[in-house]
Design a protein around this ligand. Structure first.
Ligand SMILES: [Zn+2]
Length: 60
């Protein structure tokens, strides 16, 4: 039964590691480019949409 216990331990370990990675990740990383909705250049596009448009269209 020790193999099964080892596998369970490993899975729990991976789950914890995945959770830590997600927690450490910034919420949404902005990238520079042209907004898909208004066409304005923005230094912080998220999903190709600038912050004012995300506010306007409630894309959060
Ligand atoms: Zn925009």
């Amino acid at each position: 039964m020790s193999d099964i216990a080892d596998n369970a331990d490993r899975e729990i370990d991976l789950t914890i590691r995945a959770a830590r990675l997600l927690a450490a990740k910034p919420m949404a990383k902005g990238v520079p480019g042209e907004c898909e909705l208004c066409g304005e250049d923005s230094p912080r596009l998220v999903f190709n949409v600038c912050p004012p448009c995300r506010d306007k269209y409630h894309l959060k």
